[in-house]
Design a protein around this ligand. Structure first.
Ligand SMILES: Cc1cc2nc3c(=O)[nH]c(=O)nc-3n(C[C@H](O)[C@H](O)[C@H](O)COP(=O)(O)O)c2cc1C
Ligand code: SF4
Length: 529
């Protein structure tokens, strides 16, 4: 890095880890890196700068780390103007400074996690296959190759992995259906559209540990007999697209993608495609239409994509997190993975804490942690310092939960039992200034804007819903209009072709049920029904 470099302590070149995740970039991590390079030059010190993804502690970004002996020491949030003082304080040796956070693993937010899917994210050089391998990468594929297709499917089934895209369908069963369907061409499609509000786990993997997705898709391909894969993401993720495209090129050059992957007899390659950011294009059949170059309209099911998917061929379509979790399952075994979690929700879930929350970020833990623990303890309450009034869990189609339901464990069945869903694991926090009538109207408006238009309850119902909420806001026949909303929600729930129209009633009805006072309604009206 400098012409006549000196190295520090014991002639060992310092290693400085600077995140290049979109979140860290937005907060100035490139400027921080430039300031570090300039500081090293001025001091004639040589160091290796490694660009990583994010550890997912967003309130501390940009969080930089230095290797000190066998440990890393973190500093954050660092701005470019802090860098000179960090040098002066001796940060390259991990010395004290107001921004010193100590060992990242000891920060309570990280210490409470069980990082399996995100084990490498924020730690490895995101574009180094050697670093990926040094951190247990490709152990899953190695074992998968020794097991063969049928046993891979069995292993994924036994792990209890359920789709992390929202519906929670068992991944192993989906794979078995595709494996048992005869066809000359089969596909693996990764759903990285990530449209849910407050979610970013797919993006973090693409930017921070892209080889885990490539490995997971490769294992899926071997399991079902597919030779081609697509990753479908949104054009709003330019950094993810850039990093993942570079990772694909590296994987091809190093022969873990393409003909005879990893010296096996299996051929598999992947392409990445960007959609325009329509929420409905995350729905699996609309996504397939979009991938085929058509308008993103939902297809009627059956036939299932497993039988008749992309270009009419049998297709595994899984969420990115589902696929990126497969390597650890194969590497460590189904039993290891299934030991995490509760009930029928096995393994870990990357929960994404956002909105008005003090400590926003990614929290991966076994299923079972309660909403209260997540919001109050891990998230630290609101960023505004005001009381938490509501949280929306599971994206724009998820229910609003009041504080009274904060004992709900993060578990598919527990959320269903309370008329909610965990979706893709997003939690958006609101303080006591939130107007729940506006949130309910927003749910209808969102549905009206994002509807693909194929069925009437969603296309027309959502527009009528917005109008009814406007009448309620003007105080016109409030209780009659609330009855109308009840009725409309039932029609949308029962009559919509897909979950966009079918689940919009969840945020609407939960807002009415738990916060009736915001609608000028009689408290307890809906709750009592
Ligand atoms: C309106 C709508 C939007 C959706 N958006 C996404 C999305 O952005 N990402 C995703 O993985 N699944 C999304 N889904 C769920 C997919 O249809 C599908 O269940 C999922 O890709 C299957 O993968 P999994 O089994 O691994 O979860 C959406 C569903 C609906 C109805
Ligand atoms: S519910 Fe809405 S998004 Fe889904 S198929 Fe019907 S119109 Fe399209």
């Amino acid at each position: 890095m400098s012409p006549a470099p000196q190295t520090t302590a014991a002639n060992k070149m310092p290693r400085i880890f600077v995140p290049r995740d979109s979140g860290a970039l937005a907060l100035g991590s490139d400027e921080v890196e430039r300031a570090i390079v300039a500081g090293l030059r001025r001091r004639n010190v040589e160091a290796e700068i490694i660009r990583t993804g994010s550890r997912g502690l967003f309130w501390l970004e940009p969080m930089i780390e230095v290797s000190v002996g066998d440990q890393r020491i973190a500093y954050g949030p660092v701005s470019a103007s802090d860098v000179e003082k960090l040098f002066d304080a001796g940060f390259l040796e991990g010395k004290p400074h107001a921004l010193r956070l100590g060992q990242p693993e000891e920060i309570p937010f990280l210490k409470r996690q069980n990082r399996l899917t995100f084990a490498r994210c924020g730690i490895v050089d995101r574009l180094s296959l050697a670093d990926y391998r040094a951190h247990d990468g490709y152990k899953g594929l190695e074992r998968a190759l020794s097991l063969g297709p049928a046993k891979i499917v069995e292993e994924v089934t036994q792990s209890g992995l359920r789709g992390r895209g929202g519906a929670g369908f068992p991944t192993g069963i989906k794979w078995r259906t595709v494996a048992q369907t005869n066809a000359a061409q089969k596909y693996i499609v990764c759903n990285a559209d990530e449209g849910d509000s407050g979610t970013f786990s797919d993006r973090m993997i693409m930017e921070g540990d892209p080889f885990s997705l490539i490995e997971g898709m490769s294992i899926a391909a071997i399991a079902v007999g597919a030779t081609k894969g697509y990753v479908y993401t949104r054009s709003e993720y330019p950094h993810a697209i850039e990093v993942f495209s570079r990772a694909l090129a590296i994987a091809r050059a190093e022969r873990v993608l393409g003909k005879g992957i990893a010296d096996s007899n299996y051929d598999f390659d992947i392409e990445i495609r960007a959609g325009a950011g329509a929420y409905v294009c995350g729905e699996e059949t609309a996504l397939l239409e979009s991938l085929e170059g058509k308008r993103g309209m939902v297809r009627a099911k059956p036939p299932l994509p497993a039988h008749h998917g992309l270009f009419g061929q049998p297709t595994v379509i899984n969420n990115l997190v589902s696929l990126a979790t497969v390597p650890v399952i194969l590497a460590q075994g189904a039993k290891f993975y299934a030991e995490y979690g509760m009930g029928r929700s096995r393994g870990t879930m990357p929960i994404q804490l956002t909105g008005n929350v003090k400590h926003g970020g990614l929290f991966e833990a076994g299923f079972g942690v309660t909403l209260g623990e997540l919001v109050d303890e891990i998230g630290g309450g609101t960023a505004s310092g005001r009381p938490v009034r509501a949280v929306q869990v599971g994206g724009p189609l998820g229910a609003y939960f009041p504080r009274a339901l904060f004992d709900t464990p993060f578990d598919y069945e527990a959320f269903t039992a309370r008329d909610g869903l965990i979706g893709h694991g997003g939690i958006v926090v609101f303080d006591d200034t939130v107007d729940m009538a506006r949130q309910a109207r927003f749910a209808m408006e969102f549905c009206a804007i994002e509807s693909c238009g194929k069925c009437t309850p969603c296309r027309i119902g959502s527009t009528r819903g917005v109008e009814v909420f406007d009448r309620i806001a003007r105080g016109e026949n409030v209780s009659d209009n609330i009855e109308l909303i009840d009725d409309l929600c039932l029609t949308m729930k029962l009559g919509s072709l897909c979950a966009l129209g079918g689940f919009t009633p969840y945020p609407v009805m939960s807002a009415l049920k738990h916060f009736p006072e915001d609608f000028g309604a009689r408290p307890g009206r809906v709750a009592a029904e």
